[in-house]
Design a protein around this ligand. Structure first.
Ligand code: IMP
Length: 190
C-alpha cells in the first residue's frame, strides 16, 4: 500500500477519501503526520486554495499529497458564498453562523438552485494535477438532518427529498462533490 497525505484536519473528509482510495492507498491525515499548524487558505479561487495547501504540505514532507477546497455556489447570490464559504459569516464564524447567514440572504429568494464544487490538487512526484467534482441541488428553507458537517443541513441534492445531513455518510459519499473529484483522482492514480 502506498502512502498518500491528505492535507486536511477534517476526519470526516479523511474517512470519505479512505472509502474511495482505501484499497491501494493508505490515506494519512495531517494528524497522522503529527502536523498541527493551521493551513493558509486565502486565495481567490478554489484551485488557488487547494494548491496553497497541497504545496505547503509537499514542501514540508516531500511526499505525494493532495488537498481539496470546496465552495457552495448559490445561483440567486451570484455564486456566493463560493470560495468564501468557510468564512461567510465573518471572522469568528462557525458552520451554524454561516448557515444562518445563508438562510437570511435566501429568505425572499424563489430561485434556490445551488451547487457544491470541489477542486482537488494532487502533487505526485513534484507534478501538480487538478480534479473537479460538482453536485447540483437546492438550498432548503430551514436546516434538517444531523449527519455530515458544514452546510449539509441546508443543501438538498437534486433527486433527493432530504438534505445532505439527512443522508447516511455512505449515501452522501456515493454522490458528493468531493467523492466525484476523489473518484477522478483515483482513476488517474490507477
Ligand atoms: P473546505 O474546503 O473544507 O475549506 O470547506 C469550505 C467550506 O465549505 C466550509 O465552510 C465547509 O464547512 C464547507 N464544506 C466543505 N465540504 C462540505 C460538505 O461536504 N458539506 C457541507 N459543507 C461543506
Amino acid at each position: 500500500m502506498k502512502n498518500l497525505i491528505f492535507a486536511t484536519n477534517n476526519e470526516y473528509k479523511v474517512s470519505e477519501a479512505t472509502g474511495i482510495l482505501g484499497r491501494k492507498f493508505k490515506v494519512l491525515s495531517l494528524a497522522d503526520m503529527n502536523f498541527s499548524e493551521e493551513l493558509l487558505e486565502d486565495a481567490e479561487t478554489l484551485e488557488g486554495n487547494a494548491l496553497l495547501k497541497a504545496a505547503y504540505i509537499y514542501d514540508q514532507f516531500g511526499l505525494d499529497c493532495f488537498a481539496d477546497d470546496t465552495g457552495l455556489e448559490v445561483d440567486a447570490l451570484n455564486g456566493a458564498p463560493g470560495v468564501y464559504s468557510a468564512r461567510y459569516a465573518g471572522k469568528s464564524c462557525d458552520a451554524e453562523k454561516n448557515m444562518q447567514k445563508l438562510l437570511n440572504e435566501m429568505q425572499k429568494q424563489t430561485n434556490r438552485k445551488a451547487c457544491f464544487r470541489t477542486v482537488i490538487v494532487l502533487i505526485k512526484n513534484g507534478k501538480t494535477h487538478h480534479f473537479e467534482g460538482k453536485i447540483d441541488g437546492e438550498i432548503g428553507t430551514k436546516p434538517s438532518g444531523n449527519q455530515g458537517f458544514g452546510y449539509d443541513p441546508v443543501f438538498i441534492p437534486n433527486g433527493f427529498n432530504k438534505s445532505f445531513a439527512g443522508l447516511s455518510p455512505h449515501q452522501k459519499n456515493r454522490i458528493s462533490h468531493r467523492a466525484i473529484a476523489l473518484k477522478k483522482m483515483a482513476g488517474f492514480l490507477r
